[in-house]
Ligand binder design. Structure first.
Ligand SMILES: Nc1ncnc2c1ncn2[C@@H]1O[C@H](COP(=O)(O)OP(=O)(O)O)[C@@H](O)[C@H]1O
Ligand SMILES: [Mg+2]
Length: 583
């Protein structure tokens, strides 16, 4: 991963316009094509004037045919340039968007979890998928429609000024008046667009959550509650879209009236100059033919402005993420190529961001490398938090976590994580085959490596019984597999990595006793010679640990081997008794 993306200055300019111009290649190509296609047809109204004033006057038919052929030639050229331009720009534009999306995802990889925990998946997805699309739509339209019309209108204005500067001047002076009136609309549109975007993010966020909770909601029979909740968000979005449509409709009517006003001035003013004798009928015709073209940018603008604000809002939203300062930037660069796996929590005080209560206060703990350490204790004790802190997913508020004696703030944590493996309680499977899911831990692993890892994890026997064996597709969340099968799959994934530090967070919690025994077996087999940290709720699963740490409310109560703890008759034995009566 490159270094630059780890900093807050991500190299994207502050505004949409500057972003578009900043992508020089797209912009220059767009301008060049627009210039060519506009310049080619700009003289057409002037040729009309020549037809009327020269050849009609002289009743010279071949001349009229000659000029017509020239005009047809110009139109063909214009068409060729327009098509070529569209192709070039759309290709460039596609690449530009790819880069932007890449930038967004890259940023996600660097943001700290304190920030990410507070973001809804749907909201981030909306930035990634919809906001970039909005920007894409406008860049295409700007380069391919708006820019050419501006140039077209400008070159035509030059020709009209040469034909009759007084009437041109009148028309040109009208434009600032129009611009002032327009501004009033724009302010309001911008504001409504912002509301719309926020409403959309909220809605996709809530909908995303509701969709992933469908099973839960139906099981509880609480569909009504969820629907009502979504309807509220949906209504907010509908209302802001309705406001937007309203203002847009009022605005386009305003534009229409303005354009008719311009037409009236041209006809009336032109008629006056013709009567006065300073203008020919041909010139008046050229003005009439040219007027719609001069006003084309105004037209195009009216069509584009709503989209522009939508895109600007999209860009702002994307920028918000790209500029986010919540970057995991407190790590260093020191590599640890030969990780031993000694872990030391040194006077660590830690609270999850935006929460009040400390999970740990002045917490000190040594975990010896190469040994199997078990963390037990009631839920909420902070066991999973220890795992997250070891991986450096959160920064301690005070104190330090040392790996092999080196502070995390000096370590290259990505390099470290690549030598570790975690099996989480909530197992995440990617959509793809079983083999692909295991291979995630080591992309260059051979099929035989994968088989071996599955064997170690006691997963092979169930995999080969599946219809397609290792090529069986597992769904988005592996719904076809049982909890125990998924856990063994995820252990296989961890085994394949051959990690120096293996963390198993309640990795056997979803298992029945038989599969638990299989997984236990697997864990024992892969444990030797590594630092293994098992977090377990069920105490039966940690008999073999070299050391058991009993935790409660962020503190270590007792520690020792299984028999020692039982013999001591403290909290561990209480826990044990409770579980025996439960079972
Ligand atoms: N992402 C989070 N954001 C805020 N608080 C959290 C988060 N994860 C855990 N906590 C809180 O931190 C405390 C310790 O949680 P955890 O380490 O998951 O406990 P355990 O794994 O021992 O059950 C709990 O009080 C829990 O509510
Ligand atoms: Mg936990």
């Amino acid at each position: 991963m490159n270094e630059r993306s780890n900093t807050v200055d991500n190299g994207y300019p502050p505004s949409l316009i500057r972003y578009l111009v900043g992508n020089r290649r797209v912009f220059y190509r767009g301008v060049a094509m627009a210039l060519l296609r506009s310049a080619v047809i700009a003289p057409i109204p002037w040729l009309f004037q020549v037809i009327i004033d020269v050849y009609v006057e002289a009743s010279h038919l071949p001349g009229i045919a000659y000029i017509s052929v020239i005009i047809v030639g110009m139109l063909l050229l214009h068409y060729a340039f327009a098509v070529l331009g569209a192709i070039l720009i759309s290709r460039q534009n596609g690449l530009m968007m790819m880069r932007l999306r890449g930038g967004i995802f890259n940023k996600l990889h660097f943001l700290n979890f304190g920030y990410l925990d507070r973001q809804k998946t749907g909201r981030l997805l909306s930035k990634y998928a919809f906001d970039t699309q909005k920007i894409e739509a406008i860049t295409m339209q700007m380069m391919n429609q708006f820019l050419p019309t501006i140039l077209y209108s400008f070159s035509l204005s030059v020709i009209l000024v040469m034909l009759h500067w007084q009437l041109s001047l009148v028309l040109v002076l009208m434009i600032p008046l129009y611009a002032v009136l327009r501004n009033i609309f724009f302010k309001r549109m911008k504001q409504i667009n912002r509301e719309t975007r926020l409403a959309q993010e909220k809605l996709t966020g809530a909908a995303g959550e509701a969709i992933s909770a469908l099973r839960l909601v139906r099981s509880f029979g609480e569909e009504e509650q969820v629907t009502q909740n979504l309807d509220e968000y949906s209504y907010t979005l509908a209302r802001s879209r309705f406001n937007l449509a309203n203002i847009s409709a009022i605005y386009s009517t305003f534009v229409y009236v303005m354009i008719q006003g311009f037409a009236l001035i041209t006809v009336a003013g032109g008629a006056y100059y013709v009567i006065q004798g300073s203008m020919t009928m041909g010139t008046l015709l050229a003005f009439m033919a040219g007027l719609p073209i001069i006003l084309m940018p105004v037209h195009a603008f009216a069509g584009m402005i709503e989209q522009y604000f939508v895109a600007q809002e999209g860009y702002r939203s994307v920028k918000e993420l790209l500029d986010s300062e919540y970057v995991e930037e407190w790590h260093g660069r020191t590599p640890l190529p030969d990780l031993k796996g000694d872990i030391r929590f040194q006077h660590v005080t830690f609270a999850y961001p935006e929460t009040l209560r400390n999970v740990f206060t002045d917490f000190t703990l040594d975990i010896e490398g190469g040994k199997h350490t078990a963390l037990v204790g009631p839920s909420g004790a902070g066991k999973s938090t220890i795992a997250q802190l070891i991986l450096g997913l959160y920064k301690p508020d005070r104190g330090d976590v040392l790996i092999d004696g080196v502070s995390q703030s000096e370590l290259d944590m990505r390099g470290l994580r690549r030598q570790a493996a975690v099996v989480l309680q909530d197992i995440i499977l990617f959509s793809g085959t079983i083999a692909e899911n295991i291979r995630f831990a080591r992309p260059d692993a051979s099929d035989e490596d994968i088989r071996e890892a599955a064997r170690m994890a006691n997963a092979e026997e169930f995999i080969v019984r599946l219809a397609d064996g290792f090529d069986t597709i597992v769904g988005e969340r592996g719904v076809m597999l049982s909890g125990g099968q998924r856990q063994r799959l995820s252990i296989a994934r961890a085994v394949l990595r051959n990690p120096r530090i293996l963390i198993l967070d309640e990795a056997t919690s979803a298992l029945d006793y038989e599969s638990e025994r299989l997984v236990q077996d697997a864990i024992r087999r892969v444990s030797s010679g590594r630092t293994v940290i098992t977090i377990a709720h069920r105490l039966s699963t940690i008999r073999q640990a070299d050391r058991i740490i009993v935790m409660k409310e962020g503190a270590v109560l007792e520690e020792g081997r299984y028999d020692e703890l039982v013999a001591r008759g403290g909290f561990f034995q209480d826990l044990l008794k409770m579980q025996l009566t439960e079972a």
